[in-house]
Write a protein that binds this ligand. Sequence first.
Ligand code: G3I
Length: 379
Amino acid sequence: MIEVTRRDALVGAAAMLLVDQAVGAVPPNASLQGIAAQKGLRFGSAVAWSQLGVGGGSPAEPAYARLVEAQCGIIVPENEMKWQWLRPTPTTFAFDRCDAIVAWAARHGLAVRGHNLLWHQPKWLPGWLNDYDFGARPQAEAERLLTTHIRTVVNRYGTRIGSYDVVNEAVRPEDGVLYTTSLSRAIGGAEPALDLAFRTARESAPQAQLVYNDYMSWEPGNGAHRAGVLKLLEGFKRRGVPVDALGIQSHLITQGTGVGGHVLRLQGEWRHFLDAVVAMGYRLLVTELDTRDNNLPADITIRDRAVADYTRGYLDVTLSYREVRNVLAWGLCDRYSWIEGFEPRPDGARRRPTLYDSRFHAKPMREAVAAALAGASER
Ligand code: G3I
């Protein structure tokens, strides 16, 4: 564990304040969407579906709904458009939860992103699809299943969804090689399967932004993942596949305190990666921002400060690319973050990875995001 003191935290806070003053003050009481809009950006968040009163980061929970309405210009269903949720069987679609989110967004004037049309990993596909009998003409049957799925979803929402994560996480982080799924095996390879997904999405939604979304990040250990994503994006260009943008998930992981040093160390390779992506003509989106408070003590003041400073450093570098037009958090409130369930802290302290605490109070990370948006150049 890296040694850190409250004094370090306060010095960090003071340093960030100086930065804020240098780039112009964040207007008091301004919403994140309001600050973003002044720069030609849009701010938003994932939301979940639940029954009224159950909570779970859903618009059915009044306090959460108010927060999203107040701060966001765009939302994305956290799970409800995934095959595992939408496709109980090979012949049926369960649209009720996704419909409810899209309808709620429309009532509140919020744009919607679609996540996702193909999560290219067996682990995240429905069991029936992993075990599917593709019959005597497996390629034709797999292509029928994939294209029917994409057309049905995209046609249902029409112009109400302006941007889709068409393919999610197709690259293995350890070696940069593409995953294999039952669909890609039957279609004759991962690349033809992914290409088909994008081509079908473009045919059905010519107006929508089509995104490849992945979690290659700037932390150490992501080199093979980033290289694999670059290779995939190059292949899309070479084959004329209609992919408009790279979705950078941005599930960040703090590296300890002394955040300024980490940012300086990490930004070189990150810029190298982003330079290569934009040189190919892709737009960029931050699609799933949250920050895991690793290598930090349980003390909340210290932890929140380091998370905020790290997030700010990351956003300053990433938003320096004018190709970024959207910043979406993966949930706004610590109480509902997926991280608590997937990777609890070893010391048992509750995770604090989002902009608002479990009582919906703004944390330093919220101010860091606000300052990064306010400090971004106009686009
Ligand atoms: O709703 C059921 C509940 O009824 C059941 O009792 C419980 C028991 O496990 O499971 C609940 O469903 C879980 C669901 O989250 C809601 O909490 C699923 O098991 C769990 O797999 C699901 O995890 C989601 C995960 O993707 C897998 O789909 C997370 O909420 C969601 O935040 C996460 O999001 C992903 C993005 O889609 C892609 N990028 C990474 C990101 C974080 O992992």
